[in-house]
Design a protein around this ligand. Structure first.
Ligand code: CA
Length: 366
């Protein structure tokens, strides 16, 4: 099997392209008529990753056997390392890896989770990830949480999404919102708090103590992601589990985060390494006794790839992330994944298990 075409493009989140954001997809085609779909991180529409795929990576892939994906992509990462290796380059490599795993599944008529060793379970709970709470009033936060509870999530995470250049802006207000949500859902419901990197170390510890009193499950990215030692300092000072890693792009960098003291890591399948990369992260986390709860915000390709990997992990008891808004690229597929009674069911079709809707793809492709 040889790669004959690498098609990298944006897709609009709405049919008329009025949404301000787009997703970044890649379709790899082979000489035996198969095709695999992948996705890169959508930050800034994924344009930087798509450019690297078109200009630099496509020539390395044409004529290659997609079953050699790990060798091809590790070679490419090192050849292009001065383009990154963080962010745009690793997002590009992730998209290609996912597409080649999709191809591998189609070539063997097996779902990805079978190819990586089987699923511990094929119905997976999720947590509702709710962004934008920094600018909401406490009442507005509660209304949004109430709406998401109707989807029957196993847990809820409230994200604050404040500007990262303006730290510690409203600590009392943040704690008040955390308290209000706890009161709404009751003592037993699992909750997480995502600071989106907006505290200093001292403030993070103060907020973390309040979250401990409120029985929160985890406290995500309390300080700037690039302050790895500071992230570890907060993690070691608190009893609540501190998580980080969605802005970590290589295995050595993830190891640094774990060594600093972070006990839950959240690498993202469309940002670093794709299926292959997330499996390597899982091995590293498992070896250190650290929880792996992947970051995942994309509703179709990224979500399906993430489900296949998480289902195959020994420590897969944690729910998968289900972001908002959750259905923006669903029309591009005939069988998008939707939760049923609070569970996502792993597709048992070959590869990722998603069927492209050609009409909608043609309409939304940019
Ligand atoms: Ca986050």
């Amino acid at each position: 099997m040889k790669i004959t075409e690498v098609d990298a493009f944006q897709v609009s989140w709405t049919p008329d392209d009025t949404a301000t954001q787009r997703s970044a997809f890649v379709i790899i085609r082979t000489d035996d008529g198969l095709e695999g779909v992948g996705e890169a991180s959508p930050m800034q529409g994924g344009l930087a990753s798509l450019g690297i795929i078109r200009s630099n990576l496509t020539p390395m892939l044409l004529g290659q056997d997609p079953l050699d994906h790990a060798v091809i992509l590790d070679r490419a990462m090192h050849a292009l390392i001065k383009l990154g290796p963080e962010g745009a380059l690793t997002g590009a490599l992730a998209a290609l890896d996912i597409a080649m795993w999709d191809l591998k599944g189609k070539a063997t008529s097996l779902p990805i989770y079978k190819l990586i060793g089987g699923a511990w379970k094929t119905a997976l709970p999720f947590y509702a990830s709710i962004g934008g709470n920094g600018e909401r009033s406490p009442d507005e936060v509660l209304r949004v949480v109430e709406a998401r509870l109707k989807q029957q999530p196993a847990a809820i995470k409230i994200r604050f999404d404040n500007p990262r250049t303006d730290l510690d802006t409203d600590i009392q207000g943040d704690i008040a919102k955390a308290r209000a949500v706890r009161k709404l859902v009751g003592d037993a419901f699992p909750l997480a708090f995502d600071a989106n990197n907006c505290y200093t170390v001292g403030s993070a510890i103060r907020v973390g103590r309040a979250l401990e009193d409120l029985g929160y499950w985890w406290f995500e990215e309390p300080v700037q992601h690039y302050h790895v030692r500071a992230m570890g300092e907060v993690a070691r000072a608190l009893d609540i589990t501190v998580s980080a890693g969605e802005q970590t792009y290589t295995l050595p960098a993830l190891n640094d985060l774990i060594s600093a003291g972070v006990r839950m890591v959240q690498p993202d399948i469309v940002k670093m390494g794709g299926v292959t990369g997330l499996l390597r992260c899982a091995a590293l986390a498992h070896a250190h006794g650290v929880e792996l709860v992947p970051h995942q915000t994309q509703p179709t390709v990224g979500h399906a790839a993430n489900l296949h990997v998480v289902a195959a992990l020994l420590q897969n008891a944690r729910p998968v992330e289900w972001n908002d808004p959750s259905t923006r690229t669903h029309p591009l597929f005939e069988n998008p994944l939707v939760p049923v009674d609070g569970l996502f069911h792993l597709p048992d079709r070959p590869g990722l298990g998603l069927n492209i809707n050609r009409t909608e793809l043609a309409r939304r492709r940019r």
